[in-house]
Design a protein around this ligand. Structure first.
Ligand code: ADP
Ligand code: F6P
Length: 459
């Protein structure tokens, strides 16, 4: 990585946000993208162009933890049209199997173009000769072609962190051609899985003038490389924290408080309808109702960080989960033995790792997920090589983590069965599987992910 050019990351979110009233300060933000990308940009002494999540006046450029931060402003009305609506009520559901019905509203397209153009201009200003620009995610799919127009001299990579849908869904989008043309402005377009590569290339051939194979498209006199780069985590940093005395003690305290003599099933998610939180609670409730599992045997801990709360589908989900947890606890908890511990807030990385250490079973059951880093974080934190991972077949991570208990997250009875299997897995078998899982994530960490993407960008 040392000889790599300086990287300019361009993502909707900056890796930091402001907290505190009178004396505000910048702190690192949660989320898969930041967790994965910040260490890489820092290593090249690079910059990050993005939004600070507020509509207050634009912050001046500054440096945070070795990264040059270049804030882009988004107005109140653009938060509504660009972020809440076009990004999170049109693209997000469309790209996730239309789990909720995508909304196609002509009024939101223009703001999407405008905000993309603002990001592209900021990136073009920030990039010095010889820098590489790396654009991220579904909010900014027009940016590669827009940067190319202003700065044809810089190399441009694009990586999509979420799934890319098949033609049967993508073709619904009234702006399908423009989105594809925007992405084809990159030198390299990367996805989490090969299925997404196939979907994209097929669509590019069908709806634009692009020709060629799934991994090399000829478009407007250039070759656009397309490939799969499964994202990962900084394995060592999770392992290091998990090995510390503080983490071991914090994990033991959690066990003592909630889990003495009980199996702890842990779930950690953004509060998002793609994560399958409701189906997994139903599965657990089924086990309690049927008497196959009792509150003396097991406890489910759900940690959920609120997300996109001004979007109706998210507010609705929050209420539904509140109701479900209330119902399960009302029906099944006994003094000193709560059936579901529900934390609806952000946890620090250290706190999360303590929970990962305490959990006998990690339940990761998204209905559709680009990758899912939580599954990998759990594995990296299991420094004693115990623990069982239940993982949805529809998370990108399922392609790699074959030693997990793989489940169809929509099959509530199958999911309940998988929980029982996990609870009963003999320690020796769990250890064998966890060792293989740990080897996989250790070898294929976030640095390898970035290295492979950047090597492919160089070619
Ligand atoms: P997504 O990108 O859809 O949010 P991922 O599983 O890939 O899903 O990444 C989620 C990231 O957010 C992980 O790094 C995880 O540790 C973090 N995270 C999830 N829930 C919480 C929480 N309650 N508190 C703090 N961090 C969280
Ligand atoms: O992985 C998808 C993603 O949009 C990431 O880019 C982001 O870190 C995370 O989900 C959180 O979403 P938001 O930026 O909308 O809060």
């Amino acid at each position: 990585m040392k000889s790599r050019p300086r990287l300019v990351a361009v993502a909707n979110r900056l890796p930091v946000h402001r907290v505190g009233g009178i004396y505000p300060r910048w702190v690192t933000s949660p989320g898969g993208l930041v967790t994965a990308l910040a260490p890489i940009v820092r290593k090249t002494g690079g910059a990050w162009v993005g939004w600070d999540g507020s509509t207050e006046r634009k912050a001046s450029p500054f440096t945070h933890d070795g990264i040059a931060i270049r804030p882009v402003s988004i107005t109140e009305s653009e938060v509504e049209s660009f972020y809440n609506k076009f990004s999170n009520q049109t693209l997000w559901p469309l790209y996730h199997d239309a789990i909720r019905t995508p909304i196609f509203d002509r009024k939101t397209w223009r703001p999407y173009v405008e905000v993309n153009s603002r990001f592209a201009r900021a990136a073009a200003r920030t990039a010095q000769p010889g820098d590489w620009v790396w654009v991220h995610d579904y909010h900014l799919q027009l940016v590669p072609a827009m940067i190319r127009q202003i700065r044809p001299d810089v190399k441009i990579g694009f990586f999509l962190h979420i799934p890319f849908p098949p033609e049967e869904l993508f073709a619904w989008l009234p702006w399908r051609k423009q989105i594809l043309q925007g992405l084809l402005g990159a030198d390299l377009v990367g996805f989490q899985t090969y299925a997404a590569v196939r979907n994209f290339s097929r669509l590019a051939r069908d709806f634009t003038t692009a020709e060629g194979t799934d991994t090399a498209l000829e478009y407007e006199g250039r070759t656009v490389a397309v490939n799969a780069f499964p994202i990962s985590i900084d394995f060592k940093s999770f392992e290091d924290v998990a090995r510390s005395r503080e983490s071991s003690e914090a994990g033991a305290l959690i066990r003592q408080r909630v889990g003495v003599g009980r199996k702890i099933l842990l779930c950690v998610d953004r509060l998002d309808y793609t994560k399958g939180i409701d189906a997994r609670l139903q599965a657990y409730e089924l086990l309690l109702n049927s008497g196959r599992v009792s509150v003396d045997d097991a406890v489910l801990v759900q940690i959920a960080v609120p997300s996109r709360e001004r979007v109706f589908e998210y507010a609705d989900l929050r209420q539904e989960i509140d109701r479900m947890v209330g119902r399960i606890n009302g029906d099944h908890s006994v003094p000193g033995r709560v059936a579901v511990h529900y934390f609806r807030r952000n946890f620090s990385r250290e706190e999360l790792i303590a929970y990962y250490r305490a959990a006998d079973i990690m339940v990761v059951t998204p209905l559709r997920d680009g990758m899912n880093l939580v599954a990998k974080e759990y594995i990296a934190s299991r420094v004693d090589s115990t623990g069982v991972l239940i993982l949805s077949e529809f998370a990108g991570a399922a392609r790699e983590l074959r030693r997990a208990v793989l489940v169809n997250p929509r099959d509530v009875e199958g999911l309940a069965e998988a929980m029982v299997t996990a609870i009963r897995t003999p320690v020796k078998e769990a250890r064998h599987n966890m060792n293989i899982l740990r080897m996989q994530v250790r070898r294929h960490d976030v640095f390898e992910w970035a290295d492979q993407f950047l090597r492919a960008l160089q070619d």
